[in-house]
Design a protein around this ligand. Structure first.
Ligand SMILES: Cc1ncc(COP(=O)(O)O)c(C=O)c1O
Length: 381
């Protein structure tokens, strides 16, 4: 039996109607199917090109025999591992399906339609979508000229209506960061009733910088720090993120959290990854080497790459047309990068740092298409 209905005009709230569905990086299989290619380098989603830690794989494989059971809803072992590593208490930790999963819980628990949420332009789109999806009034300030969160502008735009401030440090898609001094300045200007989300998805890459404010060195009751196993730990596929904050915040977030998240395999994989510090160190070393090579390549070619302390580099093409053309042409060569139209940076593109072989693939493809690129667009400077 089939029954057609006319959906009520009020079914979907006004603030959802104008929202676009999130566009992820192009999947490898999709490109392989479309172009009949076998060699593909996916440099679009800031993943770890070395893959997961073998130790994490072993832990997850062991868990397969337990899949008929629900996972531990308190994720005791994973929380314990995080407590040991960072000297935390379990009541200050929340786990979820990626750090974005926790962001969704923050939105659900603390943001109501009409609440004012303050952040920057040109930051992580996932946050814009989540804030809008609960009806927040999103207020943004421009980045500084050197593509960083502008703490002064943020401080100036805090009003009594501001409920949440979102900072991605380092920022995606620019790879830039606010310094300790800037973080102190911002926190001096944030009233206690405003909740600050400090998104540190790229923390493991960033912490090598002396003036990077590691949130573990601070204890602000109104700050929630978010981190993830998706980037340096190489576990995007199992979706695990963690947040730490005052227990009052964690307790209230726990009320809206789905009880069995992260799932059983995800808990095991994340715990395994935490114990494999050598894999993390290898990841950071390879990333740094490929960063230097890629930055130089892009600089030599006149693309004005933005200095980044993460596992990706954003560079200027100069026009939206040039960005789209570059993205499409690189696909023909099996290289997937990220156009940044959705991030309000259409005249830029972003390339994630891969293995040495993947970056060579990117350089070769770029060298092959640059003569045609020059005829059409010229270099941006
Ligand atoms: C700044 C930032 N925050 C959060 C996320 C989401 O990561 P997760 O996989 O933990 O949900 C990303 C992913 O690209 C990101 O760049």
């Amino acid at each position: 039996m089939v029954k057609k209905v006319e959906f009520s005009k009020t079914l979907v709230p006004e603030y959802l109607k104008s929202l676009q569905v999130y566009q992820a990086g192009k999947p490898i299989d999709e490109l392989a199917r479309e172009k009949g290619l076998t060699k593909i380098s996916k440099l679009a989603s800031n993943e770890n090109p070395l893959g997961p830690s073998p130790y994490a794989i072993k832990e997850m494989t062991g868990g397969l025999w337990e899949l008929h059971r629900y996972p531990d809803m308190h994720a005791y072992n994973l929380k314990q591992a995080l407590c040991e590593l960072y000297d935390l208490k379990p009541q200050n930790i929340i786990l979820g399906n990626g750090s974005e999963g926790i962001m969704a819980y923050i939105a659900r628990a603390f943001i109501q339609p009409g609440d004012e949420v303050l952040t920057s332009e040109k930051t992580f789109i996932g946050f814009y979508i989540l804030a809008r999806s609960v009806g927040a009034h999103l207020k943004t300030v421009p980045l500084t000229e050197d593509y960083r969160f502008d703490v002064k502008a943020l401080a100036e735009n805090i009003t009594e209506k501001t409920k949440v401030i979102y900072i991605a440090n380092p920022n995606n898609p620019t790879g830039t960061y606010i310094t300790k001094e800037e973080f102190d300045y911002l926190m001096d200007h944030v009233p206690g009733h405003v909740l600050v989300i400090l998104d540190e998805a790229y923390f493991e890459f960033a912490r090598q910088e002396d003036d990077y404010p590691d949130s573990m060195d601070y204890r602000y009751d109104n700050v929630i720090t978010l981190r993830t196993f998706s980037k340096a730990y190489g576990l995007s596929g199992i979706r695990v993120g963690y947040g730490f904050a005052h227990e009052y915040l964690i307790e209230n977030l726990s009320k809206v959290k789905l009880p069995f998240e992260p799932n059983l395999i995800a808990q095991l994989g994340a715990k395994g990854a935490l114990y494999d510090q050598p894999h993390l160190e290898r990841t950071i070393k390879v990333n740094h080497e490929e960063y230097l090579r890629t930055f130089k390549f892009l600089e030599d070619k006149g693309f004005n790459p933005i200095k980044s302390i993460t596992n990706f580099i954003t560079f200027k093409t100069g026009t939206p047309e040039a960005s789209n053309w570059l993205f499409d042409k690189l696909l023909d060569f099996g290289v997937i990068i990220r156009p940044l139209k959705a991030n309000e940076m259409p005249e830029y593109v972003r390339v994630s740092l891969g293995t040495p072989e993947e970056m060579d693939h990117f350089f070769e493809a770029m060298n092959a298409i640059l003569p045609e690129y020059d005829k059409l667009f010229g270099r941006p400077n």
